[in-house]
Design a protein around this ligand. Structure first.
Ligand code: PLP
Length: 502
């Protein structure tokens, strides 16, 4: 017990093809074949190898030969015998270059080496090390056993009624909305909510305005699921430029069906949309008859002053607003639970789309979370997380401000909340920074990846998922990248065009 089984406990059936020179001893040919399957990812680290009896029957060789080949690979670190259980592929494999492993942070075309320790600068995800996972596991077990006695059949496509009631109460109390359970649809994360909106409410040729730079998974949902046309509107220090939006709405003449915004902490720049822009957006939505999709993905994390209430909290706007939220930042992205709050006429269409798509959500997860909210576990976790992340945020800001080399190279005006800082390069291309950081074992996503095209000399520096030591280490790496060409940072020539406004 306690041994990680890796991604595959025991393959159903694993055919091992022997290639190569028949003159090579069978023991070596078997060893090479196994290593080849490990290298091409078919046998993943931690997965169980077929038993030696199975292999010898399959390869029609003496079992002693197979056992010897396995022993060779174990002594070289490829395989690991587990007493009384069999043999698994080692979790820490011998180092070898992997040509097609993608960076966990989507850094374009990254080729990572196994056997080297990588640290990825987070985009702003929470720290799963502090998430209430034990509580969730226990609640999950209780939910499943309780459901066995009552309802393991199909349920409401809008989600578990008890959780909808709880979520409505939660956003009413904590975020100033005035919703009812009937206006809530539970989804698989915010992405599920955006996808349902696209399927239920958009038609090919409809236009959806989005922030630029912005959250590209939302663009993809509108474009690829509904065939909608995504129109990019610039963002500045006050959030979405509503004058530019107005001009677009004029040009689109009634085809603009929705505007997708992240007003609380704009993604990726973290700026809060100003009250004036919010009012202008509301007036435009009324006049031009479009929906406002408000993605409020990290409302909990506000560290200075008090946050503005969501647009959806304004009574005169609630009919137009599609409020989208998620537990990805509050608990963890792997807990796929989000929700939409909208007018009942929209909810009816979302419910229908959900029924068509996959009937309903994960009722066990929904019941488990209802229990964690009811018992105050989520609320306690939010308080603790806010305290820990606040400390990490202060630490990162202090690191960026106290180092002359970092101050000289980077410009960062921290927003009052969110789980990331938006760091701009005062000069140079972010792509070069990404390359230099990678050479030092750090993966960084360039700001340009949040644009439809073009360059943006900035990056998101998420702090919540990193300990204070990790943040310090990341800052030392960034400092070192600035010194790499041997010149003082201030005298290096620019390697990029001027950065765009954001
Ligand atoms: C702008 C934005 N919206 C929503 C989310 C959460 O998405 P999901 O709930 O699908 O995990 C994120 C997470 O990174 C985000 O950055």
């Amino acid at each position: 017990m306690g041994i990680s089984m890796g991604p595959v406990g025991r393959p159903w059936r694993f055919d091992l093809a022997l290639a190569g020179d028949r003159a090579v001893p069978m023991r070596i040919r078997i060893g090479r074949a196994i290593v080849r399957e490990i290298q091409r990812g078919r046998l993943a680290p931690g997965s169980m190898l077929p038993g030696s009896r199975t292999l010898c029957a399959q390869l029609k060789v003496n079992r002693k030969v197979v056992v010897a080949a396995i022993a060779d690979l174990a002594s070289q670190g490829w395989l690991e015998p587990l007493p009384a259980r069999g043999t698994r592929v080692a979790v820490d494999l011998p180092s070898f270059p992997v040509a097609d492993v993608e960076s966990p942070r989507r850094s374009a075309g990254a080729v990572l080496e196994r056997g080297r320790s990588w640290l990825a600068v987070s985009d702003g995800i929470p720290d799963s090390r502090i998430a209430p996972i034990d509580e969730l596991a226990r609640a999950g077990r209780r939910a499943l056993l309780a459901l066995r006695r009552s309802a393991l059949g199909y349920g409401d496509p809008a989600g578990d009624p008890a959780l909808r009631e709880i979520l409505a109460g939660f956003v009413n109390q904590a975020r100033g909305l005035s919703s009812t359970a009937d206006e809530v649809v539970i989804t698989r994360g915010s992405q599920g909510a955006l996808s349902l909106f696209a399927l239920a409410m958009l038609r090919p040729g409809d236009a959806v305005a989005v922030e630029s730079p912005g959250y590209s998974p939302a663009w993809r949902a509108f474009e690829s699921l509904a065939g909608a046309r995504v129109v990019h509107v610039p963002v500045d220090a006050h959030g979405l430029c509503t004058d530019a939006l107005e001009a677009q709405a004029e040009r689109l003449r009634g085809r603009l069906k929705a505007v997708y915004v992240t007003p609380h902490h704009q993604y990726p720049t973290t700026v809060a949309m100003s009250p004036e822009r919010r009012m202008h957006l509301g007036r435009l939505a009324e006049r031009r008859d479009f929906f406002i999709i408000e993605d409020d993905y990290d409302y909990e994390y506000h560290f200075e002053g008090s946050p503005l209430l969501p647009l959806s909290a304004a009574p005169d706007l609630s009919r137009r607003c599609i409020y989208v939220a998620s537990l990805s930042k509050l608990i963890a992205p792997a807990v796929r639970l989000g929700y939409v709050i909208a007018d009942p006429s929209v909810v009816a269409r979302l419910r229908q789309a959900r029924d068509t798509l996959d009937r309903q959500g994960d009722v066990i997860l929904e019941r488990s979370l209802a229990e964690l909210f009811e018992d105050g576990v989520v609320q306690r976790h939010a308080r603790r997380a806010r305290r820990i992340y606040g400390e990490r945020r202060r630490h990162l800001i202090e690191e960026l401000r106290s180092s002359p080399a970092l101050r000289d190279r980077f410009d960062c005006t921290p927003s009052s909340g969110g789980l990331a800082l938006w760091v701009r390069l005062r000069r140079g291309a972010v792509e070069s920074l990404v390359d230099d950081a990678r050479a030092a074992g750090v993966i960084l996503t360039p700001g340009s990846s949040h644009l439809p095209s073009g360059r943006l000399a900035a990056f998101r520096f998420g702090f919540a998922a990193h300990t204070l030591e990790e943040l310090t280490r990341l800052c030392r790496v960034l400092e070192a990248t600035g010194r790499q060409d041997g010149q003082p940072a201030g005298r290096r020539s620019s390697r990029s065009p001027p950065s765009r406004r954001s």
